[in-house]
Design a protein around this ligand. Structure first.
Ligand code: PLP
Length: 747
């Protein structure tokens, strides 16, 4: 059963709220504006919910409007204030907290421009603890027209000092908006005891459905309707009311007033502390991004040095623990959190933040289970040698692993028998991780090789040797041991082939096993869809054609080439595939173009080469425009159909080992062959799959369908049509409902 720890994004609907919503749809379905009995019943229900909300929020004589959610409430409040400011002399400032939900600054910018006011908009700075800079606010208060400060932050849970803000605003003409979304049900708000003018709320953050919310407007505060129409809500917000949502919100507020299932602050704080302890034990070195004693008792925001948010999210998700990276809105983009940046946290902390949040009806059994799973996640990470404190108990690793940083590829070739490893094209960003892995596995470095002197970064080989606590010995500038013909690594052998062109010193490394040539590390000489550029000062454009011919002779058309850059997840290529995609390469290898003609044609391609999507120097000129392959997505029913036709299909789990250890896999019957190959291990597995009979379907799956789609597309590009990806991944895989469906509500 999933443990949902993302309550600040949204919550499930309480059973009593569901029942109330259903009743409002099936029985008391009237329109509250109708004057017949059915309508009157609906109005009575609505008035009852409003009265209850008034008590819960301490709304006193203020107005409470039903709206669609906080975003609408914020728009209405901003429109109302800016409309009032139109007539105010001077140029009042519009102030908002730097950590405010984006709905606030975006609404201010939108209405400020649309109303043609163009008033100055300023962010109120916050301190390292996430709280507003009250001295700054005091200084700006006399000139302020609107001040927006949330009651509690959605990412960090930091609770604002509303009394301090009220004091800083004493005597200010500013209107004051307090976003109460995350505070509802967790903090007493006592709206009418403060001079708050507007306060928006969303039902779905507190066990009501999406699409219903509240806006508090202080008695006497300026008001301009956002929606005009049939005069509902006293003509302040037109549109027939969302009665099922209002009924559900009423049921939640009733439960909150009764107190029964909602825990008090001390109980919630104790739950939070237990989760914090479990996290610290599971992930040594973990840091909390905001001081827990200043935060909502239901939110923890943390980062683990050396472990990305993406890795942690995948790991937690595999353990059926739903958490979020920063805020839900920015999670998809994996951008650093602007909230943590505003707090002045170091870049690594704001880029690798994870948020864990639970709702105020959580119980002890739920917290126990969450803590147990957090511990299992920590063990899984330790066993994969990814956790900073890990040692000893790791599984031995064998074969080739690929790492990618902003499109640049680094390879780790490990031999379990000799416990030695070779790194090809080390990247500075990976030094700590690779050294950690080597130490944890107890491997010695046999060599750290560069395929060329890189244009976009200096080789980090010396740092890697130092971080691993080992010595490179007598090696040349690319890390190859002086006088060595070949480099042996267990049953594998590496030899080298000079391929000047991209740079003078470009070198390909050929990896042989006892029987044959397995793969070639080609650096940037040939990349998927591109040839390495040769317009750098250290390039040798006239020698490029001969190098390609030498590579073709050594590797042949079908050996897998492993590139130094892979900007769009193609993993590996072959000369045959590239000749189809790149006419220039086909021409030079077929002898239709001489060295000078090739160099000239290539120079034309490289004119005005733009930066990559990562804002790094492009290492090659794209020539195939990114090929579009037929979709490899397979929905669950289609997979079942395929399985009936091919009972012995190959099912490949492409999640990382630390996820595979924890997660479930689709149940497809015993005839299905299964493999577990993380994307990082794809370069090693591709050759094996390409050798399978052409009609054997290979179906990849992962958590969400993204990584499996990459694997299927990579294999298709190499000519294998029967490569598929399970659409939507395990997230959409049908699963048995928990015995007690409401168990999920223990959050
Ligand atoms: N304000 C805060 C603090 C929030 O957390 C959210 C939602 O994440 C919103 C406003 C916007 O709420 P809604 O999307 O329900 O309109």
């Amino acid at each position: 059963m999933e443990i949902y720890l993302d309550a600040n994004a949204t919550t499930p609907v309480l059973p009593q709220a569901r029942e109330a919503a259903l009743a409002a749809m099936a029985e008391d379905f009237g329109n509250p504006s109708s004057i017949h009995s059915t309508g009157l019943k609906a109005r009575a229900l609505m008035d009852g919910v409003r009265a209850r909300a008034r008590r819960v929020l301490g709304a006193g004589s203020g107005r409470l409007l039903f709206v669609s959610g906080a975003t609408e409430g914020i728009q209405t409040a901003v429109l109302s204030s800016l409309s009032a400011l139109r007539d105010r002399p001077g140029r009042p400032e519009l102030l908002y907290g730097a950590t405010e939900h984006k709905a606030v600054p975006e609404a201010i910018r939108h209405w400020n421009a649309l109303l043609g006011l163009n008033l100055p908009v300023l962010a109120i700075p916050v301190g390292r603890d996430g709280r507003h800079d009250l001295a700054w606010l005091r200084e700006h208060a006399p000139r302020a027209g609107l001040v927006c400060t949330m009651a509690a932050n959605n990412e960090t849970g930091v609770v604002s000092d509303l009394d301090g803000i009220a004091a800083a605003l004493a005597g200010s003409p500013a209107l004051w908006l307090v976003d109460g979304v995350q505070a509802l049900g967790k903090l007493p708000l006592r709206l009418d005891e403060r001079r708050i003018d507007y306060a928006p709320f969303s039902g779905h953050k507190l066990y009501a459905p999406k699409g219903v919310g509240l806006l508090y407007v202080r008695d006497g505060a300026p008001f301009t309707p956002l929606l005009a129409g049939g005069g509902q809500e006293g003509a302040l917000r037109a549109g027939t009311e969302n009665m099922s949502g209002i009924a559900a919100l009423g049921a939640v507020l009733a439960a909150l007033e009764d107190g029964g299932i909602f825990r008090d602050a001390a109980t919630l704080g104790a739950f939070r502390d237990r989760l914090a302890d479990a996290l610290q034990q599971a992930f040594p070195g973990l840091v909390f991004n905001a001081p827990p004693d200043l935060c909502l008792p239901t939110t923890l925001n943390f980062a683990v040095p050396g472990v990305s948010a993406k890795l942690l999210l995948d790991l937690f998700d595999a353990a059926e623990l739903r958490v979020s990276g920063g805020s839900a809105c920015s999670a998809a983009k994996a951008a650093p959190s602007y909230v943590l940046e505003a707090m002045g946290l170091p870049a690594w902390q704001s880029a690798s933040a994870v948020r864990l949040s639970f709702g105020p009806v959580a119980d002890a059994a739920f917290i126990d289970e969450a803590c147990a799973r957090i511990r299992v996640c920590g063990e899984s990470l330790r066993d994969s040698c990814l956790s900073p404190g890990a040692a000893g108990q790791a599984l031995p690793a064998d074969g080739l692993t690929r790492f990618v940083v902003d499109g640049a590829c680094c390879y780790l070739l490990a031999d379990a028998a000799s416990r030695r490893a070779v790194v090809v094209d080390p990247l500075p960003e990976l030094t700590g991780r690779l050294a950690q892995w080597l130490r944890c596995q107890g491997y010695a470095l046999a060599a750290v090789l560069d395929t060329h002197s890189h244009g976009d970064h200096a080789s980090s080989a010396p740092e890697l040797w130092a971080a691993a606590g080992q010595h490179a010995g007598d090696v040349d500038s690319l890390g190859w041991p002086h006088d060595a013909e070949a480099l042996a690594l267990g049953a594998l052998t590496l030899t080298r082939l000079p391929v000047p062109g991209h740079t003078q010193d470009s070198t390909a490394y050929l990896l042989h096993d006892a029987a044959s040539l397995r793969q070639v590390f080609v650096g940037d000489t040939v990349m998927p869809g591109a040839l390495g550029r040769s317009d750098f000062a250290q390039s040798a454009p006239q020698q490029y054609a001969a190098s390609l011919a030498r590579l073709a002779q050594a590797a042949g058309p079908h050996t897998l080439l492993l590139p130094g850059h892979d900007y769009d997840d193609r993993f590996a290529t072959t000369l045959a595939v590239e000749c189809d995609a790149q006419p220039l390469l086909a021409d030079v290898l077929a002898g239709r173009l001489d060295a000078a003609g090739f160099a000239a044609a290539k120079a034309r391609l490289e004119q005005g080469l733009a930066l990559t999507e990562y804002q790094t120097v492009a290492c090659g000129a794209r020539v195939d425009g990114g090929c579009l392959l037929a979709s490899s997505e397979l929905a669950v029913d289609a997979l079942r159909g395929l399985l009936r036709r091919h009972p012995a299909l190959l099912l490949v789990d492409v999640r990382e080992p630390y996820e595979q250890r924890l997660g479930q896999a689709p149940e497809l019957g015993s005839a299905v062959r299964r493999e577990a190959v993380a994307l990082s291990g794809l370069p090693d597995a591709l050759a094996r799959w390409l050798a399978l009979p052409a009609d054997t379907p290979i179906v990849f799956f992962c958590r969400s369908g993204n990584r499996s789609a990459q694997a299927a597309q990579a294999l298709r590009r190499l000519g294998r049509a029967q490569a598929w990806s399970l659409a939507g991944g395990l997230a959409l895989w049908p699963r048995a409902l928990p015995a007690q469906a409401d168990a999920a509500l223990a959050i």
